[in-house]
Write a protein that binds this ligand. Structure first.
Ligand SMILES: [Zn+2]
Ligand SMILES: [Zn+2]
Length: 143
């Protein structure tokens, strides 16, 4: 069952406001956005909303497990998916998508030194996303 914006805000103990709902809608619309990307989307509809409010809302949601903060090389992304899973990042445009969880016992037996108990995996795959692959010959990448 997926939780909607209102349920997530309530579960995080936040008052439900249109601006905070817009923060969660931005997370639904983008794949793993940064706080700045969330802010730009929300500010397009609510110009009076400050960046600090976006940060505080995301931080409160993350504290209560309603979103997950994913730390990736060039900054923190926010993820509505709260079950264990891994990520793949496009080195051209920075897009981040989901990979399956990595809790395969066979992999663990091979990769983890004896005596270690793994509690959480944070693996990051890097590569080139389909959009960037398709555009590689047509248009120059932006960075
Ligand atoms: Zn890309
Ligand atoms: Zn994810």
């Amino acid at each position: 069952m997926r939780h909607g914006p209102v349920e997530r805000l309530r579960a995080a103990g936040l008052r439900v406001t249109p601006q905070r709902v817009a923060v969660l809608e931005a997370l639904e619309a983008c794949s793993h956005p940064t706080a700045d990307e969330v802010y730009r989307r929300v500010a397009a509809r609510y110009p009076q909303m400050g960046l600090a409010t976006v940060y505080n809302t995301l931080a409160a949601l993350a504290r209560q497990g309603q979103v997950v903060a994913v730390n990736i090389a060039e900054g923190r992304r926010y993820d509505l998916r709260t079950d264990p899973h891994q990520h793949i990042r496009c080195r051209r445009c920075g897009r981040v998508d989901d990979l399956p969880p990595w809790e395969d016992p066979g992999w663990q037996a091979m990769a983890v030194p004896p005596g270690w108990a793994v509690e959480r995996w944070t693996l990051l795959a890097e590569g080139v996303c389909p959009a960037c692959s398709a555009g590689a010959t047509a248009a120059a990448p932006s960075s």
